[in-house]
Every structure is written in C-alpha cells, then in structure tokens.
Design a protein around this ligand. Structure first.
Ligand code: ADP
Ligand code: MG
Length: 303
C-alpha cells in the first residue's frame, strides 16, 4: 500500500503541495487530476523520491520513500515512473529499448516478455525499428512498455497517453490498464483527460490550489461534482440557480418558465451543443438537432 501522510512541498517560497494525505491499495488504479500547474507532476516526483519534502512522510508498505538528501540514487526497484518527458535510447530499436530492463538470464523468457509488452502498446510492426525514427506518440508507447517491463509493484504515470493520437488512444488505454490490473500493479496516473479516468480509475483525487479538494470514485464525483472545477473535468456544465447542471441534463421543452435564446449550435457527432442565453448568462444544452441563432427556446432540468 502507498501511504502519503501530510505531505507538503515547495520549490521556493510558494507552496506547491500542502498537507496532502491519501492511500492507494495494492492493484488500485488511482487518478490524480487537476488543472495544468496544479502540482500533479510534482506530486508524482515527490512520491518517486525525487525531491526532499518539507513536511510529511511517504511509505510503500513499511518502507519509507526518501528524497535525495537521504538517498544517493533517486528511485526504488519496486517503483517505476513514466515522466512527461520519456527518456529513451534513440539509436536502439524498440525491442532493445524495452528489453534493456529485462534480465538476460533467461533469453527465451526475455524475448517472450518483450514481445508481450510490444503487443500491449501495439508496436509489433515496429519492433526492429530504431526509436529515433518513430513519431512522438510511438515513442511514448515505447516508454510505456519500458515502464511496464520490470513489473514494478507501483507505477507512476504522468499523462501517459498525451502524445498518442485518437485512433490509437482508446485501445491502448484498455490494454495498458488491463495489463496493470491483471498483474495487480498499483498505478497512480496524473492526467487532465477524463478518458484516462472514467472506466479505469478506482479512485480519483482532485488537486486544486495546492490541496486535495476531493477524493472519491469517479462515478460518485461525476454524479455529485462538489465544485464547478470537478464538473468541468467531466463535461460541459452550467450554473443554474446556484446548482451545477451538465449540458445533457438541460432539455429543450415546448413550454417552461425558463426561456432562453439560441446563440449558436456546435456539431458534436451524437448531438448538437446549443449555446444559448438564459437570464443574460451563457448556457449549454445537448440537443438532437441544430437550431437557428435567435430561436426562442424553453429549458427544463432533468437530473
Ligand atoms: P502539473 O503537472 O499539474 O501541470 P506541476 O507539478 O508541473 O503541475 O507544477 C506545479 C507548480 O510548480 C507550477 O506552478 C509550476 O510552475 C511549479 N514548478 C514545477 N516544476 C518546477 C521546478 N522544477 N522548479 C520550480 N517550480 C516548478
Ligand atoms: Mg504535469
């Protein structure tokens, strides 16, 4: 179990993390979400032991994770950290980059494991290619496979799919998170992408202004977003009569006390997102058809 107790950290005077406490169980997938600059990467780095923290303690089971002041070499065998800047060996092939972290003791086993990992990140066709010839997204996939290679007990992923295109992203997420669950590897994922969280994370932590402002299951936070920030992470939302209402919870009806005026319609595939003015405020509604600007509409909330 990862146990982060009352962690505080600052690079200079201004605090970046204040009194952060949480736990992650063995095999748990825990997502850390927050706006850019909210301290997600810093939190992962402190968990990895990259910095000396100002206050608090970090434990993996009964082992304390210590910063560079107490550790000559940063990092631990039981933990892997995939940074936002994946550092690979460009002149080497995909399979050599991944295999480098596997023991040569059982060559057959090593070959099998490397091939298995290359399959997880869907790069089998590129196994023999040099990493320097790959695209940014492909490099990120090699880095992912490499982080998995040693089967760490805990894996820290910093925006692991950020460079990967939409064509590949969906299946890759499923492959990687399924692999981690199958191997019972604890996984902490920093992200600002809801698709990295929904359907995968067991627990979600929301970082805001140096603090944890929410910690719950994604399902629970989706249904009861306690702040506008949390609602905005999931979907387009509105603040109507002081209550948070997702765009899909706002319906256009033939008559109601809430009259609004269409400003514009955005094609979103499955629906149109209608931008309208209601009481001089902009509101967004999911609707099945495009509406002309200026159309008078009536709104109803169906939660
Ligand atoms: P996130 O990953 O959520 O975008 P970061 O952890 O990278 O956020 O950054 C949190 C805050 O710490 C930001 O204000 C950022 O400017 C600052 N910061 C990040 N890295 C450093 C560093 N090496 N030195 C000084 N300040 C930093
Ligand atoms: Mg970051």
């Amino acid at each position: 179990m990862l146990n982060v107790k009352n962690l505080s950290f600052s690079y200079s005077k201004t605090p970046v993390l204040s009194h952060i406490s949480f736990q992650a169980q063995k095999g748990e997938n825990l997502a850390i979400i927050g706006e850019s600059g909210s301290g997600k990467s810093t939190l992962l780095k402190t968990i990895y032991g990259e910095y000396d923290i100002d206050e608090g303690e970090i434990f993996w089971n009964d082992k304390a994770v210590l910063g560079p002041k107490f550790n000559l070499v940063v990092g631990y065998d039981f933990m892997k950290y995939l940074t936002q800047e994946f550092d690979l060996m460009p002149p080497l092939s995909v399979e050599d980059n991944i295999g480098k972290f596997l023991s040569n003791f059982y060559p057959e086993e090593k070959k099998k494991r490397t091939a298995e990992l290359i399959k997880v990140v869907e790069l089998s066709a590129f196994a023999k290619n040099k990493v320097k010839t790959l695209s940014g997204g492909q490099k990120q996939r090699v880095a992912l496979a490499r982080a998995l290679a040693k089967e760490p007990e805990i894996l820290l992923l910093d925006e692991p799919f950020s460079h990967i295109d939409n064509f590949k992203k969906q299946s890759l997420r499923r492959n990687v998170f399924k692999y981690l669950k199958d191997k019972n590897i604890t996984c902490i994922v920093a992200t600002h992408d809801k698709d990295d969280v929904l359907g995968f994370a067991d627990t979600m932590i929301v970082l805001h202004e140096n603090k944890i402002i929410a910690k719950d299951t994604p399902e629970s936070l989706y249904h009861n977003p306690t702040t506008a920030l949390i609602a905005s992470f999931f979907e387009q939302y509105n603040l109507i009569d002081n209550s948070l209402v997702y765009a899909h919870q706002l319906r256009i009806v033939s008559k109601s006390t809430k009259n609004a005026q269409v400003v514009t319609s955005y094609f979103k595939g499955r629906y149109f997102l209608i931008e309208a003015l209601y009481n001089n405020n902009t509101v967004f509604i999911e609707h099945h058809e495009k509406l002309k600007p200026g159309t008078a509409i009536y709104l109803d909330i169906s939660k």
